[in-house]
Design a binder for this molecule. Structure first.
Ligand code: KIV
Length: 263
């Protein structure tokens, strides 16, 4: 049985932590899904980890759709959520509906994620939800606003900015979002938001009190060249792949592979 947005709400009510990871292609999505995560996020971080862009800003909707289709083909169980990329939804409800509609129709992903909870964005979320499109919010450090924020800094450290983030999270819940990513904010603030909301919070760099946690899978696997201070690598695939490639190269150059004895 595939995970539904209603089940994620039940997980919060039952105190069962929600596990989310990103994926950008078929093979990774299949592995992550079969390992039993609840949510596979086609995050626009794929701009950096899969496409080599410096930020998430350059990736466009067609590129996201291409990756989301591959991910969706690899997932049988988890809820697939796809990020709406920069400038594919901020302009108007019509633009957001067109982009979110393409995600659901053309990829088979079950939900979209978008950044920001300021009044105009909450209004867009409300209308998407009324149209029947499940929306995940994202507040705190919103990477699509990196230039305005002056870098990937922790957000909500002053009481004024903390209040703003709380207000955005509440506005998104009232708009009908089914969950909210809280990125790079103080743990105490994430706790407050998690306690105030009925919908689940999914933290990344937001401490241990959220209803779930998400990581960029390239960071978890030790594949990223740079990763944020709050990320944790559970293995070092960059090193493992390097060793495998070096061993293959040595065997080819040393005439050991393919096995010279095999006819
Ligand atoms: O793009 C992404 O991978 C994300 C996660 C960091 C939540 O939005």
């Amino acid at each position: 049985m595939a995970v539904t947005v209603q089940q994620l709400l039940q997980h919060k009510q039952q105190g069962r932590p929600i596990v989310a990871l990103t994926a950008w292609d078929y093979a990774l999505a299949q592995v992550v899904d079969q390992a039993g995560v609840d949510i596979v996020l086609v995050g626009d971080s794929l701009a950096m980890v899969a496409l080599g862009y410096e930020t998430t800003l350059p990736v466009n909707l067609d590129e996201m759709l291409h990756h989301a289709r591959a991910v969706r083909r690899g997932v049988q169980h988890a809820l697939v959520v796809c990020d709406l990329p920069f400038l594919s939804y901020q302009e108007s409800f019509q633009q957001a509906l067109h982009s979110a509609g393409r995600v659901l129709k053309e990829t088979g992903a079950q939900a979209v994620k978008l950044e920001g909870g300021y009044p105009a964005m909450a209004e867009i979320v409300s209308r998407l939800v009324q149209t029947g499109i499940p929306v995940m919010g994202h507040v705190g450090l919103t990477p699509q606003a990196v230039h305005q924020l002056g870098g990937y800094r922790k957000q909500g450290k002053s009481s004024e900015t903390a209040e703003k983030i709380i207000a955005e999270a509440i506005a998104l819940e009232q708009a009908g979002a089914f969950a909210i990513v809280l990125e790079h904010i103080p743990a105490e603030l994430a706790l407050q938001i998690t306690q105030k909301l009925n919908i689940p919070t999914i933290g990344i760099g937001a401490g241990p009190h959220c209803d779930g946690q998400v990581l960029v899978t390239a960071d978890l696997l030790g594949l990223s060249q740079w990763q944020p201070p709050f990320a944790k690598s559970y293995t070092n695939l960059r090193q493992e792949i390097t060793q495998a490639v070096q061993q293959f190269s040595a065997e080819v150059r040393g005439h050991q592979f393919p096995d010279p004895g095999v006819k």
